[in-house]
Write a protein that binds this ligand. Structure first.
Ligand SMILES: NC(=O)c1ccc[n+]([C@@H]2O[C@H](COP(=O)([O-])OP(=O)(O)OC[C@H]3O[C@@H](n4cnc5c(N)ncnc54)[C@H](O)[C@@H]3O)[C@@H](O)[C@H]2O)c1
Ligand SMILES: O[C@H]1[C@H](O)[C@@H](O)[C@H](O)[C@@H](O)[C@H]1O
Length: 340
């Protein structure tokens, strides 16, 4: 196979950005089909995205896009609740998948994805936890793996968005946003998350009516570390993702974002990225590039469906903890052979 033919499902902010990057920065692949649905019943959004890509066809039915001629792999960028159906369509055809996070909003849906992969007999699904492809996160992982700061005791995480989309709910602060820290913590520490506690201060006056924003999420891990995550999706001033690891013999911090510091007129300072497309631009590029290379060899080379399931199980515990105010244990099924 020379060029991987990709169907992109969901042509909103992320889907359109992935279509652009496949055309501009990712070699060895081309978009041959795009589909949108629900908010795009006439296919206008998909048509507009397809119009910018030579040879790409637009569909209103995601299943039809997946079955279109020339499709070798599927990139899913529809909203979380639509992921399971799109993944199952792709797995029926034994196509490699890159699915934006969360794999599914709930662990039950993720288990159905694991079962579908078991039927195929090999791993085909990668989840879009792009922080694993970010240069700073990679350096932190290398340091921790090398024992550079000793056994990790804490991860102190800050995850701030300038503002949240209109459809954002208090649950989504956990299942859509903190899910990144859940995956990052599992990956950085090589441990599962075992329990979740959620503390919710009086909401910021900048938060939309009814949104519990910010929140503090505490994760306990199987190796005895504690991860605290401040999630604040209407902080107003920009996009910040920080992580400080504290170990028995040192600490390491990423995400300060001080690429350039300007000193002038008696002041010093720099710029703050305004959203994830800027802060993680390189990570998205590398994620898609690595997925394309692995998919062309029929492999998964990144976070897989088990990682998506584990994150969904932590989200479920987090949602229960958020509603009850009580520490909630995470329940995981036994890890299937395919993911060991
Ligand atoms: N990795 C990241 O940093 C990151 C950043 C933003 C969003 N995301 C994820 O990407 C996905 C899309 O987010 P977005 O910000 O692009 O949202 P968006 O609302 O901008 O776009 C979603 C698109 O999917 C379409 N859609 C809805 N239901 C569909 C269905 N059943 N089939 C096909 N298309 C459907 C909508 O019409 C819309 O065009 C979500 O899973 C989100 O969590 C990830
Ligand atoms: O879907 C987005 C995306 O995953 C971003 O990376 C995260 O910072 C946002 O909080 C979330 O809403």
């Amino acid at each position: 196979m020379n060029t991987l033919g990709i169907a992109v499902i969901g042509t909103g902010k992320m889907g359109a950005d992935h279509v652009r990057r496949i055309g501009d920065t990712v070699g060895g692949a081309r978009v041959v089909a795009v589909a949108d649905a629900v908010a795009d019943p006439d296919g206008d959004r998909a048509k507009a995205v397809a119009a910018g890509v030579e040879g790409a066809a637009a569909f209103t039915d995601p299943a039809a896009a997946t079955a279109a001629p020339g499709v070798d792999a599927v990139l899913i960028a529809s909203p979380g609740p639509a992921h399971e159906e799109a993944i199952l369509h792709a797995l029926e055809r034994e196509l490699p998948v890159l699915c934006e996070k969360p794999l599914t909003p709930d662990p039950e849906g993720a288990l159905r994805v694991l079962e579908a992969e078991r039927r195929v007999g090999r791993r085909l699904v990668q989840v879009g936890f792009m922080r694993r492809f970010d240069a700073e996160y990679e350096r932190l992982k290398e340091l921790l793996d090398a024992g550079g700061i000793g056994r990790p005791l804490f991860l102190h995480c800050r995850h701030r968005n300038a503002s949240s989309p209109s459809f954002f709910t208090s649950d989504m602060l956990i299942s859509d946003s903190v899910v990144h820290e859940v995956d990052a913590a599992r990956w950085l520490l090589g441990q599962e998350v075992t329990a979740v506690t959620v503390l919710s201060p009086r909401p910021s006056s900048a938060a939309p009516e009814g949104l519990s924003d910010p929140r503090l999420v505490l994760l306990e891990t199987s190796g005895g570390a504690i991860v605290d995550v401040e999630i604040f999706v209407n902080c107003g001033f920009g996009y910040q993702v920080r992580c400080e690891a504290v170990g028995e013999s040192g600490s390491a911090r990423i995400g300060d974002g001080h690429a350039m510091v300007v000193e002038s007129a008696g002041r010093w300072g720099g710029e703050i990225a305004q959203d994830f497309t800027t802060r993680f631009a390189d990570a998205y590029d590398r994620q898609v590039r690595r997925w394309v290379a692995a998919a062309a060899r029929g492999r998964v080379d990144g976070p897989d469906a088990w990682d998506g399931y584990a994150a969904a199980a932590v989200s479920e515990a987090g949602l229960a903890a958020g509603r009850s105010g009580v520490r909630t244990e995470v329940r995981l099924v036994e890890r299937p052979e395919l993911y060991r």
